[in-house]
Design a protein around this ligand. Structure first.
Ligand SMILES: [Zn+2]
Ligand SMILES: [Zn+2]
Length: 170
């Protein structure tokens, strides 16, 4: 399965890969998922040979179907790739592309501000997220799911929450 941290800026994603992740040995990469209520913290890091690329990355995300699927199905291994997402509008897509409202591009009215034609739909303008995956990938085998009460036993998760959560909210 894939783990795909998302970025809005392609340059930022490429730079992170080139300057940091590229130097990580696959076997040294750790990812942690710390569940806190309806959210989870995705934390990724590595102890590499180059101290300047010892860096950890985190994002707080809502639990989702994708997340649950990954949790059940990863089998101890995942590919890490970076993704870049962009919002596309009606002029950018093919007629069968799906809008965020769930209806196809061809069901939106070009002559009326790209409004969705389905009567019951509240969509006022076609838009859709598109994700482009960067080509390079790493294989991760150190994957753990934690609850907040267990993070003390995990140095990567503990350092991240300590710096970014507890310090802010305590
Ligand atoms: Zn729509
Ligand atoms: Zn619609």
């Amino acid at each position: 399965m894939n783990v795909v941290p998302l970025f809005t800026d392609r340059k930022e994603a490429s730079t992170l890969w080139h300057d940091v992740i590229n130097w990580w040995l696959d076997s040294s990469i750790k990812i942690r998922f710390v569940e806190i209520d309806d959210e989870y913290w995705f934390i990724m890091g590595s102890d590499s040979q180059r101290p300047e690329s010892n860096f950890s990355f985190f994002k707080v995300l809502p639990k989702s179907e994708n997340y649950e699927r990954f949790k059940k199905g990863h089998g101890g291994e995942a590919y890490l790739r970076l993704g870049v997402y962009a919002t596309k509008f009606l002029k950018d897509v093919k007629h069968d592309a799906l809008c965020n409202c769930g209806h196809a591009a061809e069901d939106h009215d070009k002559s009326d501000n790209d409004l969705c034609l389905y009567e019951e739909c509240k969509c006022k303008k076609f838009s859709t997220f598109q994700i482009t995956l960067l080509k390079r990938k790493k294989t991760i085998t150190d994957i753990a799911f934690l609850e907040e009460k267990n993070v003390k036993d995990d140095s990567l998760a503990w350092n991240c929450l300590n710096t970014n959560k507890f310090s802010k909210f305590d």
